[in-house]
Design a protein around this ligand. Structure first.
Ligand SMILES: [Zn+2]
Length: 94
């Protein structure tokens, strides 16, 4: 039986910007501990920015957080790609 789009969404990592699949879709919402930590960081910063919205530094805090998370997403994507290309006989991802 082939996967439907709904099944695909269900097995997708919950973090915005991550396209990896969850390794244990039945018990984990993220593909990795790193994504879980990044999602927690984003939620925490978002909450702080909302609670301290009159502080102009929250704009820089939010911008810096999004840039850092985007950079880590790119590191993971490039690492996976280069690792896969160096291991053509293997089916597992790092
Ligand atoms: Zn992920």
């Amino acid at each position: 039986m082939s996967a439907t789009p709904l099944d695909y969404r269900r097995s997708q990592c919950r973090r915005d910007g991550c396209t990896r699949k969850r390794r244990h879709p039945d018990r984990a919402q993220f593909c990795s501990g790193l994504c879980a930590d990044l999602d927690a960081l984003l939620s925490k910063v978002e909450r702080t920015c909302r609670e301290s919205s009159s502080n102009p530094a929250t704009v820089e805090l939010w911008t810096s957080t999004v840039e850092a998370v985007d950079a880590i997403t790119q590191v993971v994507r490039l690492h996976s790609r280069i690792w896969r290309e160096s291991q053509p006989d293997k089916l597992l991802s790092p």
